[in-house]
Design a protein around this ligand. Structure first.
Ligand SMILES: C[S@@+](CC[C@H](N)C(=O)[O-])C[C@H]1O[C@@H](n2cnc3c(N)ncnc32)[C@H](O)[C@@H]1O
Length: 258
């Protein structure tokens, strides 16, 4: 299974995996309905054990690909006002964008249309099935100017210094290795590139999403600031989510040993 590899603490903090991993033990759950399944994936790098908590927050289980229809449900546009989110992202033709944790590409295809054939969209996910579903949807819509990438829980495998914008839409709360991912995001942003962090509002009990799949602004700042990001803008006009824009904090230095 991806992202929640079942390491026993007795195995020590680090294992190098050079084989096909398939684990049904720890669930990748869908939103809003939980399911568990085995997800085979080739992992050829050193991956520390997944965290269960980070800075006082419980990390959500990865949404399983069997829940992908929920991401493209008919009501999504109305419930989440996706049109407004796209407007707020201020996408321009020619931009290079990363849809990180793209799922089945609900936003990937819309972003690809907005940046046009002169632009580029990288679509990254850790579940190959999600990328397959994205490919099917892209074929139907005849969209080819995107690059699907199978990342790992510690590395999105995207080029350095590449992106004008990285999107994390309903994704960050699932990162089992937040510091690894934030480090990689920092590296892959252009100097003035932005990270758009979109999360379901934990501050609002009326947002009908499981608590561990929501985040408060306070928690997001608590986690992103010490990882080298500074808040440069925000938007609070969506029905369920808040949008926070970050850039690399140029004065930031990693803590010793990181
Ligand atoms: C709730 S879905 C959101 C999908 C998409 N952003 C959307 O809004 O439709 C979260 C996705 O993030 C992916 N994901 C979780 N951790 C990831 C990681 N470390 N790197 C890349 N993708 C990840 C999951 O596999 C899942 O497809």
């Amino acid at each position: 299974m991806i992202g929640k590899l079942a390491f026993s603490p007795a195995w020590g903090a680090f294992l190098v995996l050079l084989f096909e991993v398939g684990s049904a033990a720890q669930g990748i759950s869908s939103t809003p309905n939980s399911t568990t399944a085995s997800i085979p994936v080739s992992v050829t790098e050193t991956i520390p054990p997944p965290l269960t908590h980070y800075m006082g927050r419980e990390i959500a289980q990865t949404m399983h690909y069997s829940g992908a229809p929920w991401l493209v449900r008919e009501a999504r546009d109305r419930e989440e006002d996706c049109k407004t989110l796209l407007r707020v992202l201020d996408l321009k033709p020619g931009m290079t964008v990363c849809d990180l944790g793209c799922g089945n590409g609900f936003y990937t295809l819309r972003v690809a249309k907005a940046v046009g054939p002169g632009g580029k969209v990288y679509a990254v996910d850790i579940q190959p099935e999600m990328l397959d579903l994205l490919a099917e949807r892209a074929e139907i819509e005849n969209i080819t100017h995107f690059v699907p990438i199978l990342g790992t829980v510690v590395d999105p495998k995207v080029p350095e210094n590449e992106f004008d914008l990285i999107l994390l839409i309903d994704v960050y709360h699932e990162f089992s290795h937040p510091e690894h991912m934030l480090r990689a995001i920092r590296r892959s942003l252009k100097p003035n590139g932005r990270l758009a962090q979109v999360e379901f509002r934990a501050e609002d009990p009326n947002v009908p999403i499981k608590p561990e799949h929501k985040m408060s602004k306070e928690q997001i700042l608590k986690e992103l600031n010490p990882n080298g990001f500074k808040l440069v803008g925000q938007f609070d006009g969506l029905p369920w989510q808040h949008v926070m824009f970050f850039e690399r904090d140029q004065g930031w230095k990693p803590a010793a040993g990181k």
